[in-house]
Design a protein around this ligand. Structure first.
Ligand code: SF4
Length: 369
């Protein structure tokens, strides 16, 4: 039986018909999927797309997080991580500390270093070049996924350089891919509320366009459950799909559920339900036909939901993330390190086949797949 014949909901069946004929679904279809009560039928459609792209494979990584400073000028209301200089708990890691942490993690067998931090005017471009070179000196095979579009924009401004030059210098020092942070939600009326001093959604996409033109592949995130509407989510997905048609540089879409503890955004809405999470990830899988991967970070959605989402369009549950600080500062209850065995167990428990990889999915140290 073909996929559409298995779907009882007539509107979802029309979406399934588009999917099997490889016709991109519309923004209205995305809105319908985000609101449907028929999550099992939506899941069948999303699982079809996921299986066409990845078969039974599910990806995970063995990495460390390097949050080099929490001092940040932007003071986004959504953030529980940033501090002012001199405030208790504010820190900047020295290059020696970074070398030490990465050496220890390399000895434990990580493949990747994931680097993001606050935007701190004390840190000039040579600090980042030296950081990246030191990591490559420890092990040239360590894959480095580093700095959000917000940080690249700031590096350019604070060093009085074109963004283009910043990319060239940091690629030369070892950057292999970009994480997708700072995208938050592109819709200006919400973005101005949760991150008023951060670059606009348009600027974020412009920086990604430059990264893609340099041959860097990147992730793209969505921060959800802080006051956005379904229409704002569809707008976000639409802008991602449009840039991807132009550059083909996005590798992975990563929805991040907002954690409000210690932030300045209070009780705007309760935690998302299981239906909400499932609808969002499955809709993204179906709508973003031109992006290869959908990632559910176990640390954000919880390990059990990450595992279930492997049947709702997700093909990647994230990495071990040794020493993650950002989401834990906002109250995430998950452990700050998942062992490789545990991640493999979640994947095999969902009857998928675990594949250890990096943000490059098969490039450089990801050649294991
Ligand atoms: S979210 Fe990022 S840019 Fe905003 S205050 Fe926190 S560290 Fe700074």
């Amino acid at each position: 039986m073909q996929l559409p014949e298995k779907i009882q909901n007539s509107v979802l069946r029309q979406i399934a018909e588009k999917v099997v004929s490889h016709t991109p679904v519309s923004e209205n279809d995305a809105r319908i999927m985000l609101n449907t009560p028929d999550i099992l039928e939506l899941g069948m459609i999303a699982h079809h797309v996921r299986t066409e792209l990845h078969g039974n494979r599910a990806y995970y990584g063995v990495n460390m997080n390097l949050n080099y400073t929490n001092i940040c000028e932007l003071k986004c209301p959504l953030c529980a991580f940033s501090k002012d200089r001199g405030e208790p708990g504010a820190y900047v890691m020295s290059l020696d500390e970074i070398r030490e942490k990465v050496s220890q993690a390399a000895a434990r067998g990580i493949d990747e270093v994931h680097i993001v931090g606050g935007v701190n005017p004390e840190l000039k471009l040579d600090y980042f070049e030296n950081m990246l070179r030191s990591i490559k000196e420890i092990d040239p095979d360590l894959f480095i996924v580093a700095f959000t579009a917000v940080e690249y924009d700031y590096f350019a401004r604070i060093n009085n350089l074109p963004v283009d030059t910043v990319f060239d210098r940091l690629i030369a020092a070892g950057v292999g891919a970009l994480p997708g942070g700072g995208a938050e939600i592109f819709a200006p009326h919400i973005r101005e509320h949760i991150a008023p001093l951060k670059i606009s959604g348009k600027q974020w996409l412009d920086i990604m366009r430059i990264a893609h033109s340099k041959g860097l592949e990147t992730n793209v995130t969505l921060l959800y459950n802080h006051g956005e509407t379904a229409g704002d989510i569809v707008d976000h997905l639409y802008r991602i799909r449009r840039l991807q048609d132009e550059t083909h540089g996005f590798k992975t879409f990563v929805p991040l559920v907002f954690h409000e503890e210690n932030t300045k955004i209070k009780a705007r809405r309760p935690e998302p339900t299981g239906f909400d999470d499932i609808r969002l990830f499955a809709t993204a899988r179906v709508y973003l036909h031109n992006l290869p991967h959908i990632k559910a970070l176990w640390m954000y959605v919880g390990e059990k939901m990450a595992q279930i989402l492997l049947r709702f369009g997700v093909d990647d549950i994230g990495s071990t993330y040794d020493n993650e600080k950002v989401v834990h500062a906002a109250g995430a209850k998950t452990a700050d390190i998942g062992s490789e065995d545990h991640l493999k167990r979640l994947i095999t428990g969902a009857h998928c086949s675990p594949v250890r990889t990096t943000a490059g999915y098969g490039r450089k140290t990801g050649s294991r797949i």
